[in-house]
Design a protein around this ligand. Structure first.
Ligand SMILES: [Zn+2]
Length: 423
């Protein structure tokens, strides 16, 4: 028997409370489509689909000729499947975790340390920082997607300080004026003033910020009831977040951070020390394998204010600069590459038009995970022996240097995402 190096996976669904409910969730829709036996509970959240080898969600191999049960076990026994460079660089581990997220209520505002800081934090506080790795992340929208990312241009923050007295009260006049004056300074002066303002907000006493937040919510609610335009205080977003996290300091963070709206296919990359939050929508996500997260609000979990205020990237930039554009492959016009400035992962979007009936998923020098978002096909590979039926929600593991032929059976083409590591 030839070696089985391409096989379908059954992936783990995480039912965190913030997920979209029932078949409103893209995660639930993919599960229902790929597995006819899956029962979708119309009242339960379906938050994340994990496609990878993480110990809390190792994918199950759907081929009973393979003795190992999970992808993690199989890779441990067959590390050559990673590709020689990936195997060597990442010590025989799959370097990324591929996901689908369906976000109904906001996830905590957070940032992830770089490798150097992650190592230090893990050594000092292993209970809060469970590993020594960095955790760059990339989100690609599947439906219109709302998130926050990076510090706003200073002019926008200054405008909020002037229009939202409750926000200004939290920062204090001295720091607010310092930021206002910094607008004409060099970038280092701006970052320093921004750091002081943000730190003052994060360090304010609970009673103080809850009082200010309640005053602000009351005022904006009255303005909304009176039919007034509240966009000058970002009223709609404030009420949205306050309804989900009443009395949370993260509600004020909207005046510091960019609101980013992604259309399907658009993405944002979250590098080290970049403050961010996912607010609403469905997306593909790829990340380096790590659990290191430093939180800044919209959460009941531990907030490490000192580490957070120390580590953040205080470079202001407009919201539009946070949208990360893919590049069309020169070798294959169906492939768009989302290639972030980290070695751990790359995501390909593969759009096969309806005119193509036979398509080759090309061999690359990296293990990869393929997810079908739309369309149907029969897949064949010399490393799979039998045919594989691919439909919406199907997930395939493809070993390095193996290819898969897709014989399309749908009339409207296919949409696939493939995570890999191109060193
Ligand atoms: Zn994150």
């Amino acid at each position: 028997m030839a070696e089985l190096r391409v096989f379908p996976l059954s992936c783990v669904v995480q039912k965190y409370a913030w997920g979209k409910i029932g078949l409103d969730s893209e995660v639930a829709k993919l599960l229902a489509s790929s597995d006819p036996l899956a029962q979708i509970d119309p009242d339960k959240p379906y938050a994340e689909l994990w496609m990878g080898t993480h110990p809390r969600g190792d994918a199950v191999i759907l081929d009973n000729r393979i003795p190992q049960k999970t992808l993690g076990q199989w890779i441990a026994d067959n590390p050559g499947c990673l590709g020689s460079k990936v195997k060597e660089t990442f010590q025989g581990q799959l370097p990324f975790l591929f996901k689908v997220l369906s976000v109904n209520t906001a996830l905590s505002i957070q940032a992830h340390p770089n490798k150097e800081l992650a190592g230090k934090l893990h050594a000092q506080f292993p209970e809060h920082y469970p590993d020594a790795n960095h955790k760059p992340e990339m989100a690609i929208a599947l439906t219109p997607f709302q998130g926050m990312c990076g510090f706003r241009p200073v002019e926008e923050i200054v405008a909020f300080l002037q229009k939202v007295p409750e926000f200004r009260a939290l920062i204090g006049n001295v720091a607010a004026e310092q930021l206002e004056r910094s607008v004409c300074n060099d970038p280092r002066g701006v970052s320093a003033a921004l750091r002081v303002c943000f730190t003052r907000m994060m360090k304010s006493e609970k009673k103080v910020f809850v009082d200010q937040l309640n005053m602000l919510v009351k005022r904006i609610s009255q303005e909304v009831a009176a039919g007034k335009d509240t966009s000058g205080s970002s009223g709609k977003l404030l009420l949205q977040l306050h309804s989900q996290f009443p009395g949370d300091i993260g509600c004020f963070a909207i005046y510091f951070l960019n609101l980013v709206m992604l259309q399907p296919g658009e993405s944002m990359f979250l590098g080290a020390n970049e403050p961010h939050a996912y607010l609403y929508g469905d997306c593909i996500e790829c990340m380096a394998c790590s659990d290191n997260t430093v939180r800044a609000g919209l959460t009941p979990k531990f907030i490490d204010v000192l580490t957070l205020c120390e580590m953040l990237n205080y470079t202001p930039a407009p919201s539009s600069s946070k949208v990360f554009a893919p590049t069309q492959s020169r070798l294959d016009p169906c492939v768009y590459l989302y290639d972030p400035p980290v070695p751990d992962f790359t995501v390909m979007k593969i759009e096969i038009p309806s005119s193509i009936k036979l398509y080759l998923i090309s061999a690359i020098d990296s293990a990869s995970i393929l997810l079908v978002i739309q369309g149907t096909a029969v897949g064949t590979s010399t490393a799979a022996i039998s045919e594989m039926t691919l439909r919406r929600g199907s997930v395939l593991f493809i070993s390095a240097n193996e290819s898969v032929s897709l014989h399309l059976s749908s009339l409207d083409g296919m949409l696939l995402f493939r995570a890999c590591c191109l060193l």
